[in-house]
Design a protein around this ligand. Sequence first.
Ligand SMILES: *[C@@H]1O[C@H](CO)[C@@H](O)[C@H](O)[C@H]1NC(C)=O
Length: 91
Amino acid sequence: MVATNRTVVFVLMIAFFGVSLGAVHKVGDSTGWTSLGNIDYLKWASAKTFYVGDSLFFEYNPQFHNVMQVTHNDYQSCNGTSVVASYTTGC
Ligand SMILES: *[C@@H]1O[C@H](CO)[C@@H](O)[C@H](O)[C@H]1NC(C)=O
């Protein structure tokens, strides 16, 4: 799982506050998160409706890819020097 600690916190929130579980969106669908599949992730995302509480599931080969969470400003300026979170396990 991506972000085990976050998952635990999220599950605890559900247990204590009755928060309903959102949808899980697998990024890239069956292709997953890769630069090899020739997938247009903007197109993938634009075809979906995301709601607060939904989760994104990234499945990727950790030999070649990772997932870095950055701030909006860092995303806009393509600056990955100070990531919010980094995921490298592959799923
Ligand atoms: C990237 O972000 C870091 C931390 O916020 C900052 O110190 C650095 O100047 C930024 N680099 C560029 C090229 O904007």
